[in-house]
Design a protein around this ligand. Structure first.
Ligand code: M6R
Length: 610
């Protein structure tokens, strides 16, 4: 989704801003822009629809310079994808603004500002910020006070950076609902919506809190809380790799990230899983004390993270003997739900900034959950800071919009949570040692599974001209079928549905014909014979099937069925292992179709608006 980069320096900041925008490209956007101020106060604004490179070319052609600047990648919400709607937006050639989020009362503000004589040149909600701040400055206020007064008038979410042509020595930033991080340099300071953007220039960050407004000059950063009181926010040293944005020789980030899974899963387990069980308090200081009281788990997430939660429900109920509900965050946050006794709220998120998940966490805190835990990949993110307990998945930066390694590390985390909660709820000795043994074998199993790539490349050829597909699974493989379908639709734009295969005869069987490939996930587990019956139901109706099966599951390829053997693995880790071939299938289908694998159309990596 939208990205922000800003800088206040002595040197020319053009390259810093453009590099920052490039490093945020993975989040998804449709236009980009930059506003630059020279020490004399000369303002240059350049905006383009399309890729950041088109903006960079325009900036080079213009020989634009500036020692203070703000830049933005826009993912359209209010107003179409046009240059006039791209950020930055300006008021009276004086105030320039970039903004992530949505100003929900923008229509009312727009009407009031128009009556005051302001002319709008875009269809965006963001332009109301520029004019509101300008109107406040006309009352004789400083930029800081003008922004502080302005934000009181906004309803909705914003991460915004404001620049004044009459004072190039500073920018003022405000955060509510959309993340902002200040990067601390030597004699220069920076601002961004994501630390990734600033890694080439600094590793020292201040993560702004909800309601914070900050004034940033070359030498000083002053932060004020929602009440306008000066506050000290912790400076955090980032250990994210500077070159995390490198494709490592792969054609796409997604492929690189798929192949990183054995390594990142190993990292996720390191120093957490001992020979015979978990190390103490791996879910945070004092976590075991909280986990010992858990009698119910409520999981909240979106998209791929929701599928991780769906899988976890099978594990928590089967092995850990605690009841578990899983819900999509955008549903949970807008309905009244019953809070069970001693219920742990678990949010899952790759980014830690998903607006709906964050809102659900905030709601849950008000309605009496015992404690909250987030399973997250981004240290310092909003979910991590606002949860009682945090478990970092250590997947490393995930750049491809389609989540891959973040998902498998989330599942790994959930197996560990199953051990931790199960310990106090009658997890059997046999199940405990089976999960521990399976987890130890997992990185090697994933390596073995990735070695079957070639067969999947060939298979993808047969999919590329199809418009629809059906994914089937049972038990803890049903959410994996859902995840496989999401991956395929997300990056290849082929319509894909997932069903628990027992549901076939209740409707979807009507869809089966030889134009509708059916993908089946078939590990050798207690539901195999049931699954085989469902496979026969498809075969009897002329369906063409692609079965990812354990070699001992005794499926044989024939005219109507193509079998791809997946290495045999222990039952608890089968959902993680079977995820990989489905990721590869989507990747190769997308490759053949020539879609934008890493930045699929209309999607964003970090969904910071609801
Ligand atoms: O950052 P989160 O894990 O909270 O994001 C949730 C979804 O937006 C995300 O998983 C999305 O579905 C992915 N693009 C799927 O590949």
């Amino acid at each position: 989704m939208c990205g922000i980069v800003g800088a206040v320096a002595e040197r020319n900041v053009v390259e810093i801003l453009l590099e920052g925008l490039k490093r945020l490209e993975y989040r998804g956007y449709d236009s980009a822009g930059v506003a630059l101020l020279q020490p004399s106060g000369e303002l240059t604004r350049i905006r383009r629809t399309g890729k950041v490179q088109e903006l960079a070319d325009a900036v080079a052609e213009d020989s634009a310079l500036g020692s203070t600047g703000i830049a933005h990648t826009r993912w359209a919400t209010h107003g179409g994808v046009t240059e006039r709607n791209a950020h930055p937006h300006c008021s009276s050639e004086r105030i320039s603004v970039v903004h992530n989020g949505i100003i929900e009362n923008y229509l009312a503000l727009r009407e009031a500002l128009t009556q005051q004589g302001y002319t709008f040149t875009s269809d965006t909600d963001t332009e109301t910020i520029a004019h509101t701040v300008h109107a406040e400055m006309q009352k004789g206020k400083s930029l800081l006070a003008a922004v502080q007064n302005s934000v009181k008038q906004f309803h909705g979410a914003y991460g915004t950076v404001v620049m004044d042509s009459e004072d190039p020595s500073r920018v003022v930033v405000a955060r509510s609902g959309s993340p902002l991080v200040i990067g601390l340099g030597l004699g220069e300071n920076f601002i961004a919506s994501d630390q990734m953007a600033l890694l080439p220039v600094t590793r020292r960050f201040i993560f702004l809190e909800e309601g914070d407004v900050a004034e940033i000059t070359r030498r000083e950063v002053s932060v004020y809380d929602a009440n306008g009181e000066p506050v000290k926010r912790e400076v955090i040293e980032s250990n994210i790799e500077h070159d995390a944005g490198d494709k490592g020789g792969c054609r796409h980030y997604m492929l690189k990230e798929i192949h990183e899974q054995p390594t990142v899963v190993r990292n996720a387990l390191q120093n957490r899983l001992g020979e015979s069980g978990l190390v103490a308090d791996i879910f945070g200081a004092g976590a075991d004390d909280i986990l010992s009281k858990v009698k119910h788990v409520q999981i909240i997430a979106c998209g791929t993270s929701y599928h991780a939660g769906m899988t976890a429900r099978y594990w928590l109920e089967q092995y850990a003997n605690v009841s578990c509900n899983v819900e999509i965050a955008s549903e949970f946050r807008y309905r009244k739900s019953v809070v069970h006794q001693n219920s742990l709220l678990v949010t899952i998120s790759q980014s830690g900034e998903t607006a709906d998940t964050l809102a659900a966490l905030r709601l849950a805190k008000e309605v009496g959950y015992m404690a909250s835990l987030t399973i997250c990949n981004v240290p310092g993110s909003s979910l991590v800071r606002e949860s009682d307990l945090a478990f970092m998945t250590r997947a490393g930066a995930e750049i491809g919009v389609a989540s891959t390694k973040a998902f498998t590390t989330q599942l790994t985390a959930f197996l560990m949570l199953t051990l931790a909660v199960g310990k106090y709820n009658g997890l059997s000795e046999a199940d405990s040692s089976s999960i521990v043994k399976a987890l130890h074998s997992l990185p090697a199993k994933l390596e073995e599974t990735l070695a079957i790539t070639q067969g999947i490349e060939d298979l993808a050829e047969e999919f590329a001209d199809k418009n629809h597909s059906l994914f089937l699974g049972r038990g803890d493989q049903y959410p994996i079928a859902m995840e496989g379908a999401l991956k395929l639709k997300e990056i290849s734009y082929i319509h894909a549905e997932a069903y628990a295969s027992g549901e076939l005869k209740h409707g979807p069987l009507a869809l089966i014909d030889d134009e509708m490939p059916v993908i089946v996930v078939a590990p050798n587990n207690e539901l195999l014979e049931k699954l085989k019956s469902n496979v026969e139901e498809v075969r009897a109706r002329g369906g063409i099937m692609y079965v990812f099966a354990d070699r001992d599951a005794r499926f044989a390829s024939d005219d109507t069925m193509r079998v791809i053997n997946v290495p045999h693995c222990e039952a608890p880790i089968a959902p993680i292992v079977y995820t990989l071939p489905l990721q590869l299938l989507s990747y190769y289908v997308a490759l053949i179709k020539g879609t934008d694998v890493d930045q699929p159309r209309n999607l964003a990596k970090s969904v910071t608006v609801e």
